[in-house]
Design a protein around this ligand. Structure first.
Ligand SMILES: Nc1nc2c(ncn2[C@@H]2O[C@H](COP(=O)(O)OP(=O)(O)OP(=O)(O)O)[C@@H](O)[C@H]2O)c(=O)[nH]1
Ligand SMILES: [Mg+2]
Length: 316
């Protein structure tokens, strides 16, 4: 399964180790080593967990779900068994995340497979495209990049640098060009060159910037003229350090263009990591990748169980 090989790259263990280390830099749930020893699931412990989940940006809905599920799992009999409490907590959190663990599948029915990457300024769109280009290439796919950010000065150069680093072609026009036209041309070029995956960068925008949101709608409309199924993935890149704001952003982008995937970046930058719980609880959108740094290897497919383990890592 060529599509799947990108999701199970060698070095996954290395990524997980770095995720654990970097996520706990933001302290995750900030649990001290041995935090459960000699304790039982009582009102005080529940309150402590509630506070930690809320402080880690999990949001009220997801926090209540976790506590409810924890109570149900533990029952009366095991209320004072720390291992069982710890295991039940992990499962209760994983239950919320697992339905969102749906890796991006580059369906070979669609060539070029168009991935439109959207998000607010500085969320990590261009960097994520650079990292994904390498991943797809490593799994044997032919990749092209499209410089749909004609808005910010130097955006095209930044994408070109990633193109050179990965030796993949970059289609661009002059600054100020119509992004929809750039992506239209890129699609045709990709088709002509037998490209498998076209990664389309777009300008950063605030979700309340009406003009830019309209531009995104136009981009989607224009791409669909060439292939009614395109874009085959509309991926929102979110900066995890924004906490609960990430949920607002995702909701608004989803309303305007309909998202098919989320990539969460900057889980290394002091982010508490609970925001994925809030997103999972409020939106029915798959989590595709997570980013934990600026380097090529700092992006990998979202794995719910690994993520929970990293989140619950105690500081020891
Ligand atoms: N620490 C950390 N930094 C990241 C990560 N992903 C991206 N960055 C950095 O965040 C900054 C912004 O990234 P870009 O990829 O330029 O963001 P963008 O969304 O394309 O920004 P605009 O084009 O201005 O909208 C850069 O300095 C990146 O190196 C990550 O996972 N962790
Ligand atoms: Mg950019």
């Amino acid at each position: 399964m060529a599509e799947q090989s990108q999701t199970t790259q060698a070095g996954k263990g290395g990524f997980f180790a770095r995720l654990r280390q970097r996520l706990s830099g933001g302290k995750g749930l900030n649990l001290a080593s041995g935090w459960l020893s000699g304790r039982k699931l009582d009102a005080a412990l529940e309150e402590e967990l509630e506070t930690r989940l809320l402080m880690a940006d999990a949001g009220i809905g997801a926090t209540e779900k976790v506590l409810h599920s924890l109570r149900r799992r533990i029952g009366k009999a095991a209320a004072d068994n720390p291992e069982q409490i710890s295991e039940a907590l992990k499962e209760s959190i994983a239950d919320i995340l697992r339905p969102h663990q749906i890796p991006l599948n580059i369906d070979d029915q669609h060539r070029p497979f168009v991935i439109l990457v959207v998000g607010v300024n500085g969320s990590g769109k261009t960097t994520t495209i650079g990292k994904l280009a390498r991943k797809f290439q490593d799994s044997g796919l032919k990749v092209m990049l499209a410089a749909g950010d004609t808005y910010r000065a130097a955006a095209t150069e930044q994408l070109q640098a990633w193109g050179e680093r990965n030796q993949v072609p970059v289609i661009s026009q002059q600054p100020g060009a119509d992004p929809a036209a750039v992506l239209y041309d890129a699609f045709e070029a990709a088709k002509a060159r037998g490209i498998d995956v076209l990664l389309a960068d777009t300008a950063g925008r605030l979700q309340n910037q009406a003009g830019l949101m309209t531009e995104l709608e136009k981009i989607v409309r224009v791409i669909a003229k060439l292939d009614p199924a395109a874009p085959h993935e509309t991926m929102l890149v979110l900066d995890a350090s924004l906490g609960q704001n990430a949920v607002t952003q995702a909701t608004q982008f989803h309303e305007v263009i309909g998202l098919t995937g989320i990539t969460m970046t900057k889980l290394d930058s002091g982010a508490k990591g609970g925001v994925l719980l809030a997103l999972a609880e409020q939106l029915d959108i798959p989590f595709r990748y997570i980013g934990i740094g600026e380097q090529l290897e700092d992006l990998d497919v979202f794995d719910a169980d690994q993520y929970v383990t990293a989140l619950l890592k105690t500081s020891d």
